[in-house]
Each structure stands twice: as structure tokens, then as C-alpha cells.
Design a protein around this ligand. Structure first.
Ligand SMILES: [Zn+2]
Length: 152
């Protein structure tokens, strides 16, 4: 409704955390509180969304905004340190950036597919292509630089 022109026409594909259905969400209309088409529960994009192996490539390819994917595990200390940074980023950049978390223990195929050798590994995708990668903890400023990429 009061979206900035930059986010107006953007959309992203996310899996519903309740029923696993993939939904395309209009990022310029997050104020309208998007809901899952299947189960009608809210789809919250002001926080990281989780993706499973079966959905990750569709989520990465489906977004018209940059996607930051965090490959993490529950037992990993630096991953726990990353979590609040990613929460902040998702909230501050809602509608401009999709923050996706992949539990690498429950989803072993994706980390292998993307050549992830250590966690946390954070990969930035634009238009489905990897444009940046960070291995290990990084403060927010460093992630923002990774997301903006080399000055174009
Ligand atoms: Zn649902």
C-alpha cells in the first residue's frame, strides 16, 4: 500500500511454515499481511523464512529481490551468533531482501549442491545466480556489503 517504488513490483516465492505450500508473495504489499493460499495462515516476511531441500531452488529462482541464504545448524555456535543479525536484516530490509535459512542437518542436499563446506555459510543470489559468499560469522555491515555487491 505505502510501498516505495523500489519494492512495488517485486515478489518472492516462499514455503508456508505451516503447510509447506509454495506461495508467491507481492513484496510491495506486505502491509496487507499476506496469507498462505492453502491454509490461510500468515506469511511473515519481516523475519527469516525457512526453506527445505525440495523448495530451495524455487525460492532462490523465484525472488525478484536479492536472496540471502544462511546454511546453519542448531549445534553451531557462530550460527547462533548470526541469528540475531539475520533477524535484524530481514526486518530492516523486508520487501527488498529475502532472508532464507536452511537447516543443513535436516536438508543435506542443498549444502552439497552449493558446495557448502563449513557453517555458517551465507550465499547471496540475484536472479538465481550466486553473487557473493561469506563463510563464518560476519557482522551486519559486512553482510550488507556482500548483498549490495561491488559498486555497479
Ligand atoms: Zn499454508
Amino acid at each position: 500500500m505505502n510501498a516505495s517504488p523500489a519494492t512495488q513490483n517485486h515478489s518472492a516465492v516462499v514455503a508456508c511454515p505451516f503447510c509447506d505450500t509454495l506461495n508467491r508473495v507481492a513484496l510491495g504489499r506486505l502491509d496487507d499481511r499476506p496469507r498462505c493460499a492453502e491454509c490461510h495462515k500468515p506469511l511473515l516476511l519481516d523475519r527469516p523464512v525457512h526453506a527445505k531441500d525440495v523448495h530451495l531452488s524455487k525460492v532462490i529462482d523465484g525472488a525478484t529481490v536479492p536472496v540471502l541464504v544462511d546454511f546453519y545448524a542448531d549445534w553451531c555456535g557462530p550460527c547462533k551468533m548470526m541469528a540475531p543479525v539475520l533477524d535484524d536484516l530481514a526486518r530492516e530490509r523486508a520487501g527488498e531482501l529475502l532472508v532464507v535459512k536452511v537447516n543443513s542437518d535436516q536438508n543435506p542436499v542443498s549444502p552439497q549442491h552449493f558446495g557448502v563446506r563449513g557453517i555458517p555459510t551465507l550465499i547471496v543470489f540475484r536472479d538465481g545466480q550466486e553473487v557473493g559468499r561469506q563463510i563464518g560469522f560476519a557482522p551486519k555491515a559486512q553482510l550488507l556489503a556482500l548483498i549490495s555487491g561491488p559498486a555497479a
